[in-house]
Design a protein around this ligand. Sequence first.
Ligand code: IMJ
Length: 254
Amino acid sequence: MLLSGKNILIMGIRNKWSIAWGIARAAHREGANIIFTYQGEREKDGAVQLASSLEGSSIYRCDISLDEEIDSLFENIKEKYGVIHGVVHGIAHAKREDLLNSFVETSREGFKHALDVSVYSLIAVCRRAKELMTEGGSIVTLTYMGSEKVFPGYNVMGVAKAALEASVRYLSSDLGHEGIRVNAISAGPIKTISSKAIKDFGNILEVVEQKAPLRKGVTLEDLGNSAVYLLSDLSSGVTGEVIHVDCGYNIMGV
Ligand code: IMJ
């Protein structure tokens, strides 16, 4: 039980395919108390149903684009739990047209939206979470290799993930002296609602399974287990890091 007695906030569940959900199940298995958030009315029913299947968990609404909702989330958590030990940030969004058009067509609004939701949200959450991490803590976000290399259609999300990974380093530097670690998991492609919308996604999965050293696609269990490592004291000397959990795909040339 690597996380027994730890209170862990998990942001970004939507359905049973969500990476945040895979991480929640693994953290719960290791004894954590899970605090979930969902974005809004559209996500509510699915998220509440999933959360209720993990004994002892609670769930709050938090639209990450609204400062008031982030403030009241942390007020509620402070009241109920007093202290938190971990945060999982599994939130990203770009406008559909910015993933369909060429990158050069990215609008100012689209750029702002993608970086606000996918990157600023981590900074906003860390600033509030650190006040409740009085026993030290671990913050984990999710990124993708599209920050390092070009993947067709990833576009403004690639730029957002590059900024997210740089933010992980600056946040680690700020929070390290408080015993708070900040790391990212760079996940291999996996079927979620965020990848369903992508043209040719089935093809990408196939190519990755053939080329990755482990000859398989990453699973929610793989991602959950690596997240448990980062959330637990097993990774006590690791911060500011981007760990690829992609069956080795990123190391290959051809
Ligand atoms: C997303 C777009 C293009 C190529 C992609 C992806 N590849 C992978 C993804 C190769 C693996 C999925 N991914 C890593 C993401 O971060 C997806 C983010 C995303 C997806 C959508 C779809 C629906 C929408 N907005 C989105 N915003 C972000 O409207």
